[in-house]
Ligand binder design. Structure first.
Ligand code: IPM
Ligand code: MG
Length: 381
């Protein structure tokens, strides 16, 4: 016998989330003008250490920024603000994914460079990343992956605030019988990520955008995503938009014969999460990839990977790769308009990661250490 109580509770839960999401969709239509960094007297960059290997790679990132931005820091054009408290210990103690006082501090900054944060398994606590992306409305997750010797220059535009993630902690369960999660795709949420991807393509001379979904199966949500991306594509006649399914695109990325032809990807949240780890691995490992979370008013930059608790347990923390957070720092500098500094860092990273490669971080004791590699990069600046 199916319990009527569970059905009624589930229907009530569904009504609640449906109303919430409809309201979110409505609110998105009132978007205001994005922040203009050029008009700020001082640009405040917040630094959050995070958990696991986070504080180790962030220590090096802070050293790097202090060196690279010494002039801007001296004249007050940029200020660095350390934000404590985004740690698993503090979050568990307060029972909040991002404690309110920490969120306020984060919101007082113009951009954030953040170490990875640990998400407790099970329980009800949401991932700090998911909370921050929602609270700061960081709707575009932008992830570049390059393999110069193969001609690979990919840019992923992953939708970052909805899809499978937005209600990931609000599913329904009938114990012993079934569980149901929800996937949400709004018109405006899709339009703004599509625009971000096509604008990037246009401004960077790209000629091809791949719209990646599973619209043959997820007919409502991915169907909408594909349809709206194609509508936006019509405003960019010089760019070829192509629809792909996520399964074959995952195969395409390991197909050396064709993979370098792809340029820009736009895709829903969960597919974007998965395929960007695959792409990062092709580049040399998740330790080599940076990630930007961009909204109209806030922006947060981070490594593509997690806090690597296993590296800590195995005593390998000192061998963590800082390249990922350095690449994130480069994206941050570009975002706030310090293009020359971003180019300088990009050039140093290119020498150390792609061409000279005098030191190599493997994540194991056979490789170079995080600190030595950071010194190496800084020696090229
Ligand atoms: C990422 C991470 C996050 C995600 C986790 C930490 C919640 O894997 O940024 O890709 O799933 O988005
Ligand atoms: Mg991920």
């Amino acid at each position: 016998m199916i319990s009527e109580k569970y059905i009624n509770d589930a229907v009530a839960q569904f009504e609640k989330v449906l109303r919430q999401q409809a309201e979110r969709g409505e609110k998105m239509k009132e978007a205001s003008a994005p922040k203009d960094f050029a008009s700020l007297d001082t640009i405040t960059i917040g630094l959050c250490g995070g958990d696991g290997i986070g504080p180790i790679i962030m220590t090096e990132a802070e050293r790097l920024l202090k060196k690279l931005l010494s002039d801007e820091l001296a004249c007050g054009k940029v200020s660095l603000k350390k934000i404590e408290g985004l740690t698993i210990e503090n979050r568990m103690e307060k029972g909040e994914a991002v404690p309110a006082d920490v969120l306020e501090e984060i919101k007082s900054c113009d951009a954030i460079l953040k170490g990875p944060t640990t998400t407790p398994k099970g329980g009800t606590m949401e991932s700090a990343n998911v909370t921050l992306r929602r609270e700061l409305d960081l709707y575009a997750n932008v992830r570049p992956v390059t393999v110069p010797e193969e001609g690979i220059d990919w840019m992923f535009y992953r939708e970052n605030t909805e899809g499978e993630y937005v209600l990931g902690s609000s599913g329904i369960e009938v114990p012993g019988l079934l569980s149901m999660d929800f996937k949400v795709t709004t018109d405006e949420g899709t339009r703004r990520i599509a625009r971000a991807a096509f604008e990037y393509a246009r401004n960077n001379g790209k000629t091809n955008v791949s719209i990646v979904t599973k619209a043959n199966i997820m007919k409502k949500t991915d169907g909408k995503f594909s349809k709206i991306c194609n509508e936006v594509a019509a405003e960019y006649p010089e760019i070829k938009a192509e629809d792909w399914y996520i399964d074959i695109m995952t195969a395409n990325l390991v197909n050396k014969a064709i993979r370098s032809q792809f340029q820009v990807f736009v895709l829903p949240n969960l597919y974007g999460d998965i395929i960007t780890d695959e792409a990062a691995e092709i580049q040399g490992g998740v330790g080599t990839a940076g990630s930007a979370n961009i909204g109209d008013h806030y922006a947060m930059f981070e490594a593509i990977h997690g806090s690597a608790p296993r590296m800590i347990e195995d005593g390998l923390a000192a061998y963590a790769n800082p390249s990922s957070i350095f690449k994130a720092a480069e994206m941050l500098l570009r975002h706030i308009g310090l293009t020359e500094k971003a180019d300088k860092l990009s050039e140093a990273l290119h020498i150390c990661c792609d061409t000279e490669k005098k030191l190599v971080v493997t994540g194991f004791a056979d490789g170079d250490t995080c600190k030595d590699f950071a010194d190496y990069v800084m020696s090229k600046i």
